[in-house]
Ligand binder design. Structure first.
Ligand code: SF4
Length: 896
């Protein structure tokens, strides 16, 4: 449908003719084009064009005639029809329909199969014609009979049957009807043809001349292809700002984010949106409806912590901005106190106490009141309409979305949300009743199935899928993804219909030939949709090398490399102004919280030290279903502290250890005590008992193995555990806490730090150590009479039990028989090393005091991996972050 077709449609409409389009999108595009044309003519008012999409056309025609024929059947909406199919599938009592999710998916498949029969093979709507169907098709056949019976008994009519019912009504109706002009039909289905014939005179818009300029480009990869397309659009609009461009992208919805980024980056800056997508996004992905739904769900059941975080962050559930800030501060306070949990019920949330950030009483009252209303009703079954009426009352009572004025897009989302709620309310059409949770479940599905696109801004670039582009015209078209595997687009046959029926009726994807023919029709239609068309494909996809589409090559010739002007050059200059803040705010001398971790952070990245120690910034620990790595680390520390705490319950020396008669029972006792004392009640309550038993067994086994390892040491005595000391480093006062200090056989001190991760003393290496805890202790925390014998990590981890560190004379003081090749012997602790560490640590303290806060990780991206301050330092804006998959030792920094 090219320029000549546009002229033909315009002339038809101006004469008051009726145009029927294949899709709603095409109808909207034609209406917009009609209005644009009148504005261009300088008119200020004109009659509305008569344009209907196929479904609206059939529905309107049926409603007009059914009342005349006293046909009182209710025309089912998609949600109502789906509800009937779900009931029918559920009544099957097969394994596949036991759960709600699979049941709904099967119901959707059955609806599709019914629609295919109505549009392609109506004879199979008779039960006898389906007599020979086997297996899944036979099950569907039985469901269809049940559906027919329900419709007959309930006086209901499926929208798929409507054209079939309408045709005889039209034949009986002798009134004169206007001729129809059809636009945007890639294929006229048998049922459509029958209906148009019954209507009277009709014809399709003439296809128009194929494009004069057709090109086929080969790009190296999909990203380059997309960038070239966006650049091309930008250039076209620079040449002619009034141009209208159509971009065809396969799987446009799935690639939405990728396409958006490419167009924002390459299509050039603009004051108004340059592009829009023809398809919207599911309503459950739009913030306001999603927040409304989550809030309703929270009134009756717990929601996940990340959902609650998100809900609070939207600001929709607060009555005003101040209340919103308090709610967010309350959540932060909970996380700081380690009270995170995977699920939050409303009751659990409001029962939390915070001295510094209490919940706003009016908010609590509103929530409790709404919850009371819901819980009083939730046990009842009532009509969906009654539930639908309750929803706005609840949201209003909660002051939902009342904190600030809504934007235009939010207003539209509210409208769409209300429609979704009404759709759910309409499910009472057959007198069914449901509980609140069933209503919410239906609402969830409806939101997922409802597409939302904010009002069109008539952007010059429209991005659409091949089929959705039916009826659209433009000044130029770019077709992305014209490779052999993607175009013609393949598809699967329908699983609930016999394959021979699908082939005989030429249903979509029944044979490769049908796919080929349909793709050919769409391609020809696109060729006539604009005077200039570009096809492109990417030579390399993620899976393999790709070849050009065999359908496009005969039309556009062999693909050519992208012209130089469409090769994406360097990224455009960022609009943000780079500003490096070199100002420094000195730290007033004195105590800083965080212990040695402050200087460790100063070495890892000065900004990290500044943000954590001076701004009190911290990463959230997401709640886990079980114990987190940090909680498990804390438990291990507690057990070992208890074991080596000395009499009466603990032991102190190697001799004590060797003298244990029942080591397993000894360890088990300490593990039980530690679990009892360390696990907070809220944690213990939400962990299954069996899980805690297994954790207890794991800890007992691990600590027993560690004690076995320690029995191989030379004589030692534990001088102290969980040692607290306060040190001053160049005016900075730090509280330190050491896991353990042993007195070795030569009287020297061995400083020990427990670790469950795979750590190495290389983290102490200068000039920028990754960890300064033990060197700091060695240099500043020893008493005058104490002699340092070594610093070691005690690696208490399954399969890797070991001491790792620097020891003055490991062969004489630590383990008997250590050979020269052992790293503890090979790399002894030296006086020079201690002096170097001391100098480095003093420099770090001076840098911290001076206010050095550069974003300068010592080893990017490794240093940032577990830091969690990326939103503050913004290091990631142009850098990918690796996945975190190891246990964190963050909780094991042993200082206060
Ligand atoms: S994420 Fe990296 S750059 Fe940012 S503060 Fe942490 S360590 Fe520094």
């Amino acid at each position: 449908m090219g320029a000549s077709a546009a002229i033909e449609i315009d002339a038809w409409l101006r004469e008051g003719g009726l145009v029927v389009t294949a899709s709603d999108r095409a109808a909207r595009a034609l209406i917009a084009a009609f209005h644009r044309a009148r504005q261009t003519e300088g008119l200020t008012a004109w009659p509305a064009p008569k344009i209907l999409d196929w479904r609206s056309f059939a529905r309107t025609a049926w409603l007009e005639r059914s009342s005349a024929e006293a046909d009182a059947r209710l025309l089912l909406s998609p949600a109502q029809e789906q509800a009937l199919w779900v009931d029918i599938a559920g009544a099957d009592h097969s394994l596949a329909t036991l759960l709600e999710g699979p049941r709904v998916r099967l119901a959707d498949l059955a609806m599709e199969a019914h629609e295919l029969l109505c549009s392609h093979a109506t004879r199979f709507l008779r039960t006898q014609a389906r007599a020979g169907w086997q297996q899944d098709a036979a099950a569907f056949s039985a469901w269809l009979s049940a559906f027919d019976e329900i419709c007959r008994a309930g006086n209901l009519l499926s929208a798929s049957r409507l054209p079939l019912e309408l045709a005889p009504l039209l034949e009986r109706d002798t009134a004169e009807r206007p001729p129809l002009l059809l636009a945007g039909f890639d294929r006229i289905l048998p049922v459509q043809r029958e209906l148009f014939d019954a209507w009277g005179t009709w014809r399709e818009v003439s296809p128009g001349e194929p494009a004069a300029a057709v090109r086929f480009h080969a790009a190296t990869d999909a990203q380059t292809e997309l960038a070239a397309c966006a650049l091309w659009c930008g250039r076209k609009l620079a040449d002619n700002p009034k141009a209208r461009l159509l971009v065809i992208a396969q799987a446009a919805s799935a690639r939405r984010g990728e396409v958006e980024r490419a167009f924002l980056e390459h299509a050039g800056p603009a004051s108004a949106p340059l592009f829009e997508f023809s398809l919207g996004v599911p309503l459950n992905q739009v913030a306001l409806p999603r927040a409304a739904y989550l809030l309703l769900r929270w009134l009756a059941a717990p929601i996940a912590e990340h959902e609650l975080d998100w809900l609070l962050s939207t600001g929709y559930i607060a009555g005003d901005l101040k209340e919103n800030a308090v709610l967010e501060a309350f959540m932060r306070a909970l996380r700081r106190r380690g009270l995170e949990r995977t699920q939050w019920s409303l009751a659990a949330f409001v029962s939390q106490r915070s001295a510094t950030n209490p919940l706003p009483p009016p908010w609590v009252e509103r929530m409790i009141e709404a919850q009371r209303s819901v819980s009083e009703l939730a046990r009842r079954t009532q009509s969906p309409l009654e539930w639908a009426e309750l929803v706005p009352r609840l949201l209003e009572g909660l002051h939902f979305a009342g904190a600030r004025p809504l934007s235009s897009a939010e207003f539209q989302a509210v409208h769409r949300w209300q429609q979704a709620v009404e759709t759910c309310g309409s499910l009472g059409f057959d007198g069914r009743r449901m509980r609140w949770r069933e209503f919410l479940s239906q609402l969830d599905r409806t939101l997922a199935e409802t597409l939302f696109a904010p009002e069109s801004h008539d952007a010059p670039i429209l991005i659409a899928g091949p089929a959705e582009s039916a009826g659209l015209t433009a000044d130029a078209v770019w077709f992305l993804g014209a490779d052999e595997d993607t175009w013609p687009a393949g598809g699967a046959t329908h699983p609930l219909l016999p394959i021979e029926v699908q082939r005989e009726a030429a249903m979509p994807h029944a044979t490769p030939q049908l796919d080929w023919e349909l793709a050919g029709v769409i391609t020809n239609r696109l060729l006539a949709a604009a005077p200039e068309i570009h096809f492109s494909y990417a030579k390399a996809t993620t899976a393999a090398e790709a070849r050009p589409s065999r359908l496009i090559v005969p039309i556009a010739g062999e693909p050519q490399p992208l012209p130089a002007e469409l090769a994406s050059g360097p990224a455009p200059e960022p609009l943000t102004v780079l500003f490096e803040d070199f100002s420094r705010i000195p730290f007033p001398l004195g105590k800083v919280p965080g212990g040695s971790s402050v200087l460790t952070a100063q070495s890892q990245c000065p900004f990290k030290a500044f943000a954590t120690a001076r701004l009190a910034a911290q990463d959230w620990n997401p709640a886990e279903a079980g114990l987190t790595a940090s909680q498990r680390g804390n438990l291990l520390h507690a057990v070992l502290h208890s074991v080596w705490a000395g009499p009466p319950e603990g032991i102190r020396t190697l001799a004590d250890l060797e003298g244990l008669i029942d080591k397993a029972a000894f360890v088990a006792g300490h593990v039980q005590r530690a679990l009892q004392q360390e696990l907070r009640p809220h944690l213990r309550e939400r962990m299954p008992r069996r899980y805690l038993e297994l954790e207890e067994q794991r800890l007992t086994r691990l600590v027993s193995e560690w004690l076995d390892y320690e029995t191989t040491r030379m004589d030692f005595e534990v001088a102290a555990t969980e040692v607290k000391r306060t040190v001053a480093v160049d005016g900075l006062t730090l509280d330190l806490r050491l896991d353990r200090i042993d007195r070795l056989n030569d009287g020297s001190q061995l400083v020990i730090d427990y670790k469950t991760g795979n750590v190495s003393p290389t983290c102490w290496e200068l000039p920028r150590p990754d960890d300064v805890q033990l060197p700091l202790y060695a240099g500043f925390a020893l008493e005058d009479e104490e002699v340092l014998g070594g610093l070691v990590f005690a690696k208490v981890r399954t399969g890797g039990l070991a001491f790792a560190g620097r020891v003055g004379d490991a062969a004489s003081t630590l383990f008997p028989g250590l050979k020269g090749g052992n790293t503890l012997v090979k790399n002894p602790l030296t006086a020079e090393q201690l002096l170097d560490w001391r100098d480095s640590i003093e420099q770090l303290a001076r840098d911290f005091i001076a206010g050095h806060a550069e974003v300068d990780p010592r080893e990017y991206p490794k240093t940032c991996e577990y830091c969690g301050l990326q939103v503050l330092c913004r290091i990631q804006e142009h850098q990918p972050q690796p996945d975190a998959d190891d246990e964190s030792d963050s909780a094991e920094a042993g200082d206060e």
